[in-house]
Design a protein around this ligand. Structure first.
Ligand code: SF4
Ligand code: SF4
Length: 82
């Protein structure tokens, strides 16, 4: 999963781009729910939030390093829950 750092300027452009509805407005800055972020695996070739973020504040979440296979499994789980 990816994460949003405190460099975030709360511009809101990433939130509607997320295919998994993993992004929401937090108390200080926007937040990514690691349980829902597949790094866009299953939907797109590249993380869409990162593509649009004007300040480049969306790195890998060091607490949630997942393999492509794990991300694909998460994608399938999320899709079957819909
Ligand atoms: Fe959503 Fe993709 Fe960004 Fe993860 S990488 S938060 S799934 S847009
Ligand atoms: Fe924050 Fe970047 Fe999302 Fe804008 S696009 S709300 S700066 S994380």
């Amino acid at each position: 999963a990816l994460m949003i750092t405190d460099e975030c300027i709360n511009c809101d452009v990433c939130e509607p781009e997320c295919p998994n509805e993993a992004i929401s407005q937090g108390a200080e800055v926007y937040e990514i729910d690691p349980g829902k972020c597949t790094e866009c695996v299953g939907h797109y070739d590249t993380p869409q939030c990162r593509e649009v973020c004007p300040v480049d504040c969306i790195p890998m979440n060091p607490d949630y390093r997942e393999s492509k296979a794990e991300l694909e499994k998460k994608y399938k789980r999320l899709m079957s829950a819909k």
